[in-house]
Design a protein around this ligand. Structure first.
Ligand SMILES: Cc1ncc(COP(=O)(O)O)c(C=O)c1O
Length: 416
């Protein structure tokens, strides 16, 4: 029996789901999803595809921002989870194990330079919160500089960096001493950074708003300014890491070494909740006074460590195919842009991440709906509905690339 099936004859259709379970969910959210035409009850998921309970199949070109970059239920990752559950449970946050050691050793080896110490947590936002705490604790300063229009998650410190609007304003007042810098503008950072700055928090590419790619020399200048002032450089790799920019880590794309690297989403292959902060050792010196200044019951999981190690190895195995795969996708997108340029005004790429610039928000949203109807999931930027983003799975095969291009052409034809 597949997920969402109560028995072999009664598929849990959206109507049946709403009738039986609807009242137990946030009504506003259900209504919003229904109005968009996206109400969906999950069935099986495999590789580049997921299905609903009625067997409708969707090609996943969002991958939940990279959570499913290795494809759904990647066999190597599922095997590691099964093997882990056969012998381990979460384990204790106070104790150590071989699985934890192997993951921490792997991270020290596969991250740049002096990034050496691993702190796993559960979500990306929790990892961001931890990195900011470590920056404040290790520098004994409080000011945090972050990019305008950034998205780093919905917990306390992460939310304090969010662009003003619906997701943040209702929770004000947030944590003090957070300040915006213009993303990609080194002169703006130079004007705002000082010996009061605890950390500068940036993504290698600003993914949420507009997929902004900074100038080539930006991160070298950011690193220099952080070194000069003693501020910690925190790079949020939750989306840009793990092959998304064609390199294992987004910071490698720019050749910069942060003081702290924050990872999540695809880190544990989409089958287990695990995120992490990997730091230079000196970021933790202040922990010597009290090693349990921060704990999280479900952080240092033995099963999660095995799963994450398998996901990292699988990501590394896929890296050599990404340049050619990205080139093919880009060439197809540019051909379509040439043919349907009144609706699709531009195509941008950073590694295996693409932005489609539509004429306006209505056209972007219409494109999403048409693609969903054709069995392809893509998303718009939460801050810019005229920009549709593609995070293709790294395992995509030529037939799936062709299917995507054909369906995209059909959607664009209906729009022009
Ligand atoms: C760049 C970035 N950082 C952090 C997060 C937060 O991750 P999580 O949703 O696991 O808390 C996200 C989530 O989308 C993200 O896109």
């Amino acid at each position: 029996m597949t997920r969402g099936m109560t028995d072999s004859t009664s598929a849990l259709t959206p109507e049946r789901f709403l009738e039986r379970f609807g009242r137990y969910f946030n009504r506003g959210r259900i209504d919003a999803i229904t109005n968009l035409g996206f109400l969906f009850v999950e069935g099986r998921a495999d590789g580049a595809y997921f299905e609903d309970t009625q067997g409708r199949r969707f090609l996943d070109m969002w991958c939940m921002g990279g959570t499913f970059s290795l494809g759904h239920r990647n066999p190597a990752v599922v095997r590691a989870a099964e093997a882990g559950l056969a012998s381990d449970d979460f384990g204790s946050l106070f104790f150590f194990s071989e699985a934890k050691g192997l993951l921490a050793e792997k991270l020290a080896r596969c991250t740049p330079g002096r990034l050496e110490t691993t702190h796993p947590v559960v979500t990306g936002a929790e990892a961001i919160d931890l990195a900011i705490k470590l920056a404040r604790g290790s520098t004994r300063r409080s000011a945090i500089l972050h990019a305008d229009h950034a998205y780093h998650g919905c917990t306390g410190f992460a939310l304090s960096m969010m662009a003003r609007g619906e997701m943040r304003d209702f929770a004000e007042p947030l944590v003090p001493d957070f300040h915006e810098i213009r993303y990609g503008d080194a002169a703006d950072l130079a004007a705002k950074i000082s010996d009061r700055t605890a950390a500068v928090v940036l993504e290698a590419v600003r993914t949420d708003a507009d997929m902004a790619v900074p100038p080539a020399d930006y991160f070298a200048e950011v690193r220099r300014l952080c070194d000069e002032t003693g501020a910690k450089l925190i790079i949020d790799e939750v989306v840009c890491g793990l092959g998304r920019l064609g390199t294992l880590w987004g910071c490698e794309y720019w050749g910069v070494e942060p003081d702290m690297l924050v990872t999540g989403k695809g880190f544990s292959g989409g089958v287990f909740p695990m995120s992490a902060v990997v730091t230079r050792p000196e970021c933790l010196d202040f922990f010597a006074e009290s090693p349990y200044r921060t704990i999280s019951s479900y952080a240092w999981s033995n099963v999660g460590a095995r799963v994450t190690l398998a996901a990292l190895e699988e990501t590394e195995r896929l890296l050599p195919r990404l340049a050619a795969l990205g080139d093919t996708i880009e060439a197809n997108l540019r051909t379509l842009q040439g043919r349907y340029g009144t609706a699709l005004r531009g195509v941008r790429r950073a590694g295996m991440m693409f932005a489609l610039d539509f004429a306006d928000a209505a056209t972007g949203m219409a494109f999403l709906g048409l693609m969903f109807g054709l069995g392809v999931l893509v998303v718009a930027s939460s801050q810019r509905l005229d920009i549709v983003k593609l995070y293709p799975p790294l395992i995509l095969e030529p037939a799936e690339v062709a299917e995507f291009s054909e369906k995209m052409e059909s959607a664009l034809k209906s729009l022009t």
